[in-house]
Write a protein that binds this ligand. Sequence first.
Ligand code: MN
Ligand code: MN
Length: 337
Amino acid sequence: MMFTKILNFLKTALICQVLVMPIMPAFGLPILVVGHKNPDSDSIFSAISLAHLKTQQGQPSIAIALGKPNPETQFGLDFFKLEAPQMMTDVATRKVILVDHNTYSQAPDDIKQAKIVGIVDHHSLGDISTDEPIEVLIKPVGCTNTIIWQLYQQAGIPIPASIAGGMLTAILSDTLGFRSPTTTESDQIAAKSLASIAGIEDLQNFAQQMFLAGEVDLKTAPIGNLLQRDFKNFEMSGYKVGVANLSAFNFELLNVRKNEFYEEMLKLVNQQGYETLVLMLTDVQAKGSEIVLVGTHQKEIAKALNVTLNNHSGWAAGVMSRKKQVVPLLEMVFQNK
Ligand code: MN
Ligand code: MN
């Protein structure tokens, strides 16, 4: 009798150890705050700014990134003396907050093995689902850091000057210096406040420095790297669609490599099974984008974007925002198939 009890106790203990131990480490570890794949300035700086805020609020958090900072982001990091977030793509068993995205295709590959505890974003509602209620904050503003600035205001927590500088970099980057149609008054208000904390007096001058710093390698970088720099995958009515976006103040640097981009896109379509690839080469000063198309549905897409195609590309006046002006039209083209 006694022996059976002891045996049962040992069995229970063993089961507990097997079941509970793998979960245990997650409790003591900080929350991971992570932006999307092929991180841009908003993804890097919103991870940094939200991790700091959460930590100040008693929830220890660290910023991580799914890739290296691009040259524009690196300029912001150096200018404001911030450290790049640690590169980390394995998030299984960890608590995670997603920033600047809310779809599986842009999240860490093993995100379904992690515990998502929050989302702060400014993209359309994606496909993430969770077992338990979580905090979700999605607003139609120009930048995730605008929302995070509002969170700091609500919490009454001061923003360190360096982090404010990073947040400002992100807002100027996402709104293309307030030129993008995604720009809202909230973005302008947040940027003004952040600029004063960070000690930036001439916003447009700083924005121009930032854009030009981001363009240093447009001439020399391998075309495949450039294409991936701001590349997003979508599933549209079951079709695999990729939309890349590069913007430049000095637009000729991009435009002169248009044919190289086209050849690279052809390769991707053939090797990776994309239905369609769309590349937006955005001219920040002229406020429009040269659109390059590879794959199926080119006629329908060109018509939806009001573009006259000439050798797979054409100018889309006024089109500067992938999420607001391009992705919804693509979704419609593929829905109507
Ligand atoms: Mn982003
Ligand atoms: Mn963003």
